[in-house]
Design a protein around this ligand. Structure first.
Ligand SMILES: [Zn+2]
Length: 136
């Protein structure tokens, strides 16, 4: 076996993931408090336009944060199950370097690159419904 995950490494990843989860939850609380504060104190017209953008950013962020939270929880579950750190596609160890950089990674670098290539291929192979038609 080229690479083995030591209990110390798994502990390290658990810490990292739990930290990121706490961070995420913290941030979403801050965003919500921020939103409430702005509702309570209506500003002038300049502030209002900023407000609209700020609100939509907060909503977008919440969606992304929810996704991230799911990924973090999944990773923590995999650590519990002993499945953590192995590629979902080929079963190879993902590698400690890649996991330290991306603790939620579920694919090894080769499979990830394959996936991205495939996505690009699908996108370029599909010109879309509204390809422009030129007359004359
Ligand atoms: Zn793989």
């Amino acid at each position: 076996m080229s690479e083995d995950f030591t209990p110390e490494f798994l502990d390290e990843m658990t810490d990292t993931l739990q930290e990121q989860r706490a961070d995420l939850i913290n941030k979403s609380h801050v965003a919500r408090a921020d939103l409430r504060a702005r509702e309570k104190a209506p500003g002038d017209s300049i502030d209002e336009s900023v407000d609209e953008q700020g609100t939509s950013t907060t909503l977008r962020l919440k969606d992304r944060e929810r996704n991230l939270l799911t990924k973090i929880n999944d990773a923590l579950n995999r650590i519990d199950d002993g499945d953590y750190g192995f590629c979902e596609n080929c079963g190879d160890p993902i590698g400690t370097g890649r996991l330290r950089a991306r603790p939620m990674a579920t694919l090894c670098i080769e499979c990830k690159e394959d996936e991205e290539r495939e996505e690009r291929r699908l996108k370029s192979g599909n010109p879309g419904m509204f390809s422009p038609i030129k007359h004359g």
